[in-house]
Design a protein around this ligand. Structure first.
Ligand SMILES: [Zn+2]
Length: 464
């Protein structure tokens, strides 16, 4: 696509040079200036030959130079500089206009083609549910989330179509490329390139805290643009009001702001207050690498809660920010559960009993989290479910139900989190359909599809 655009651009430049020259022949004084432009020079030289390519324009006096003349040599230099400049310009255009959507298309894919097919009975049940998804990363997408896109996973039209009442929008602020790419330094942050390509403000290029703040601004801007069809929920009062309004207007949808990884506090506890003021109500302590709060399930630092981390956890509980233990190391999970006085979540994960890897929860941890009133969101990609289809998601959910009881399971898609999922936000009814086919009761389906997550939010959000 971009190759064609570049070709068109050069062709247009060629035409411009040709027509500019024709005009220049009539205006002799401009002719000499145009001759200094390599493209014009090329056409002038062509028409100075035996063959009259451009009738009426052979009188230019500036074609007398030979290949050895200094002006000729300078012209070639200019040609090279001009070519390099055009190439660099094309590179810049590609980086800023093509890379973000291309990246989105490549990494946030779905396996099933629309329209998604579910049983009428399941569709009817799904429309009666209050669906909640505990995790998506759509705020780092370059897409306008108020408009339906044909790629990626989440936008308002697709949330409405999927009857998603509440979507938690978490903000990843750092993606260290630690593994699998040996020629990159371990602290190389791929997200910096992506947000630079998306033309986020300069303050967000170097500060993960500023990135998080800017992402909150993006969701607030979306709320404004939506003209009342989407709202950000930040308290139980707002939650109840929203749910009442949605009974009358089922196409309404809402979001809760979250951050993924508290490295974005940049070691400053007061930054947590600023994020809270910006609307953040759920926070993952770590993301793809350990930080000064605690260790992650991945990377070199897999330790427990630090002294700073303990202060962070206490401040989160004080302010009523929901603690998210997704991506946490086993030691960190234990340490947090030891001191937590409120229920926590693991917003997007799986179970080692279904798919045994570091990203997923052991049976012991799953039982502990549920025992303290927490809710576990099952993500939709192979690393967490062990498979690529809807049946794998259902299998993980049913495993969790058997392990910790139906009151502690929820959806945690990880949509737009650089994962390939079976469907996008418009196809969540496929899970309702699969659970119904697995002979789960309607009440239990309602709990998994949203009621459990709502209960957790009612228990953990601030009142006002
Ligand atoms: Zn994640």
């Amino acid at each position: 696509m971009c190759g064609i655009a570049l070709g068109d651009f050069l062709e247009a430049l060629d035409k411009f040079a040709y027509y500019a020259y024709i005009e220049a022949d009539a205006i002799g004084t401009v002719q000499h200036s145009l001759y200094r432009i390599p493209y014009c020079r090329r056409y002038m030289a062509m028409s100075s030959g035996q063959e009259n390519l451009f009738p009426g324009v052979r009188n230019a006096s500036c074609w007398q130079e030979t290949e050895s003349s200094p002006m000729y040599k300078r012209g070639w230099k200019r040609c090279l500089i001009g070519g390099a400049t055009a190439f660099a310009l094309a590179g810049v255009l590609f980086f800023f206009w093509c890379v973000p959507p291309l990246f989105d298309r490549l990494v946030n894919r779905t396996r099933l083609n629309r329209p998604y097919v579910v049983m009428p009975e399941a569709e009817a049940l799904h429309q009666s549910l209050t669906v909640v998804d505990l995790h998506c990363d759509a705020l780092i997408s370059s897409r306008d989330l108020s408009v339906r896109a044909n790629y990626g996973h989440v936008d308002l039209p697709r949330l409405t179509e999927g009857n998603v009442a509440l979507q938690i929008f978490a903000i990843p602020t750092q993606t260290p490329v630690c593994a699998g790419v040996p020629w990159l330094p371990t602290d190389f942050d791929a997200l910096t390139l992506l947000i630079a390509a998306q033309r986020w403000p300069r303050r967000a290029w170097t500060s993960t805290f500023e990135r998080a703040l800017y992402a909150t601004e993006r969701l607030h801007a979306l709320e404004k643009r939506s003209e009342g069809t989407f709202r950000i929920v930040a308290s139980t009062t707002q939650l109840e009001a929203y749910l009442r309004d949605r009974e009358r207007a089922p196409t309404l949808t809402a979001g809760v702001l979250g951050v993924e990884g508290l490295h974005c506090l940049e070691g400053n506890l007061e930054n947590l207050d600023t994020l809270y003021d910006a609307g953040v109500r759920i926070a993952g302590l770590v993301h793809l690498a350990g930080n000064d709060v605690g260790g992650a399930a991945h990377g070199g630092n897999r330790g427990g809660l630090t002294a700073f981390g303990e202060a962070v956890v206490r401040r989160m509980e004080e302010k009523r920010i929901l603690i998210d233990l997704a991506h946490a190391s086993p030691a960190l999970i234990d340490d947090v559960l030891d001191i937590a006085t409120r229920p926590v979540t693991v917003s997007h994960a799986g179970f080692t009993g279904v798919c045994d890897n570091e990203r997923n929860l052991s049976d012991v941890h799953a039982r502990r989290i549920a025992g303290q009133g927490g809710v576990i969101g099952v993500a939709y990609f192979p690393w967490t479910t062990g498979g690529r289809d809807v049946a794998s998601i259902t299998r993980a959910l049913l495993y969790g139900v058997a392990l910790v009881g139906v009151d502690h399971l929820a959806l945690g898609s990880d949509f737009d989190g650089a994962v390939t999922t079976p469907f996008d936000a418009s196809g969540v009814s496929l899970i309702t359909d699969a659970l119904l086919q697995a002979d789960m009761s309607r009440d239990d389906i309602a709990k998994i599809m949203g009621e459990n997550a709502l209960r957790l939010l009612r228990e953990t959000l601030p009142e006002n």
